[in-house]
Design a protein around this ligand. Structure first.
Ligand SMILES: *Cc1c(COP(=O)(O)O)cnc(C)c1O
Length: 365
């Protein structure tokens, strides 16, 4: 006799975070976890320092100051907001509250791996909808909806592809779902997107009963280390999640820093402009080397390598690591011969392009 976890837990593939090692003495550029190279707003840092004065006190369990800042910036009712210890916690709460053994949840073929983990952790069954050209396919998702389906996860834009669904496609997806299914719009990269036909989902949440949108402070706000996410959804769903979460799921530094970060809109605008410039440059330069790059609207690119011995993603990864550039292997996402590269500082982007140019040359001879 020995303790055994409930069904599903041991079927979970452990999430492997981006690497962060480089050989000794070499400047490291960590481009493996889609963190911003610009760091957080100085105002966020100052707020965190201020909050660190009173660490003996429990934080505000409602994270009211953070909700107030989010509602101020986006014009949302705080009753429709829930904050989480990263958006990962919000995804987990959705699964814990709405999935039971026998239920199904749909995610797309190259969707964020956390969905599969949390669906299984809730004892439910993940259902995978194939993508088209590394982009979510609304019809393929709708074809897989059954009476057992409770959640549909859509990362928009998606990680690790960087592709997105225009908002009219998201609306069509919602229109095809039965009322008992929650559509989860994971908009972790929304602040980076510069497309007129994109929408993170606020309008859809506001006008329906079964859509939630999740956001994060880990990407453009540069606060991944503090773990802050938020969810906008119908009051009934927010209240259900609120019952199950830990009573102090956000720490005091996170509440203070998050509120200051989201109010510093000038900083966020600069970060988005910086990314747009280097995303375009990096895509263009990598394509000029003969590599295939999936068109991205996020702060990263998915780079596909030639199917030739010595020129694949594994060899490129080793070559870049030796030079201090840490990218992400994405075999677990169904791309065994691609690497995901987060957009870094100028030196990092130029360095990766130069190193890959040498790599492709050297492996040819
Ligand atoms: C990075 C990322 C998140 C953010 O997760 P946090 O827990 O908020 O750090 C969420 N969804 C996707 C698709 C991501 O790539």
């Amino acid at each position: 006799m020995k303790p055994v976890p409930k069904n599903g837990v041991l079927d979970i593939e452990i999430y492997v975070p981006g690497k962060s090692r480089a050989p000794e003495g070499i400047r490291l550029h960590k481009l493996s976890s889609n963190e911003t190279p610009l760091g957080p707003s100085p105002m966020a840092l100052e707020a965190a320092r201020g909050a660190s004065d009173k660490l003996e006190l429990y934080p505000d369990g409602q994270a009211s100051a953070l909700k107030a800042a989010i509602s101020e910036v986006y014009g949302l009712n705080p009753a429709n907001l829930l904050c989480g210890n990263g958006s990962d916690e919000l995804l987990s709460l959705l699964c814990q509250c709405y999935l039971a053994p026998g239920d199904e949840a749909i995610h797309t073929e190259h969707g964020f791996l956390v969905y599969d983990i949390q669906i299984r952790a809730a004892g439910a069954t993940p259902v995978v909808a194939p993508e088209r050209e590394a982009t979510a396919d609304v019809d393929a998702i709708l074809e897989r909806v059954s009476a057992r389906t409770k959640l549909v996860f859509l990362a928009n834009p998606n990680n690790p592809t960087g592709t997105y669904l225009p908002f009219d496609e998201v609306r069509r997806l919602h229109a095809g779902l039965p009322g008992h299914v929650i559509l989860v719009l994971d908009a972790a990269y929304a602040e980076y997107v510069r497309r007129n036909d994109y929408g993170a989902g606020i309008e859809l949440v506001s006008s329906t009963e079964n859509v939630v949108m999740t956001r994060t402070f880990s990407k453009i706000y540069g606060l991944a280390g503090l773990r802050i996410g938020w969810l906008y959804g119908p009051e009934e769903i927010v209240q259900a999640l609120d019952r199950v979460r830990g009573p102090f799921n956000l720490n005091a530094l996170a509440i203070a820093a998050g509120a200051a970060a989201i109010r510093d809109r000038a900083f966020t605008d600069r970060a988005a402009a910086f990314n747009a410039e280097w995303l375009e440059w990096t895509t263009r330069e990598l394509e000029a080397l003969g590599l295939t790059v999936t068109p991205s609207v996020g702060n990263f690119v998915l780079v596909h390598f030639p199917e030739e011995p010595g020129k694949g993603a594994a060899e490129a990864d080793a070559y870049l690591t030796e030079r201090g550039f840490i990218l992400r292997r994405v075999s677990g996402y169904g791309f065994p011969n691609a690497l995901r590269m987060s957009i870094g500082v100028e030196e990092a982007n130029r360095g990766v392009v130069a190193a890959l140019g040498e790599f492709l040359q050297s492996s040819r001879s």
